[in-house]
Design a protein around this ligand. Structure first.
Ligand code: SF4
Ligand code: SF4
Length: 74
């Protein structure tokens, strides 16, 4: 946990979907969403969250402050 996609800014370009190492991103009703149960903030895979890296719209893939940050298991 987790990043989220700001639905009002997402253009549904789908660029992020294929880049997520956890297959946490999917399309729902025409917009893209991140499954917080699957998102690991890319920890263990990449130094930079891949959804943030590929999204063409600034500040659309952002930390979801309503959820605890992802804690890698030891
Ligand atoms: S931060 Fe990484 S793991 Fe989380 S949704 Fe984005 S690409 Fe997937
Ligand atoms: S890359 Fe950004 S604009 Fe494109 S579908 Fe993902 S969140 Fe939406």
């Amino acid at each position: 946990m987790t990043y989220k996609i700001v639905a009002s800014q997402c253009t549904s370009c789908s660029a992020c979907e294929a880049e997520c190492p956890n297959v946490a991103i999917s399309e729902k009703n025409g917009t893209f969403v991140i499954n917080p149960k699957k998102c690991t903030e890319c920890i263990g895979y990449f130094d930079v969250p891949q959804c943030v890296a590929v999204c063409p719209v600034d500040d659309t893939c952002v930390i979801d402050n309503s959820l605890p940050r992802y804690q890698p298991s030891a």
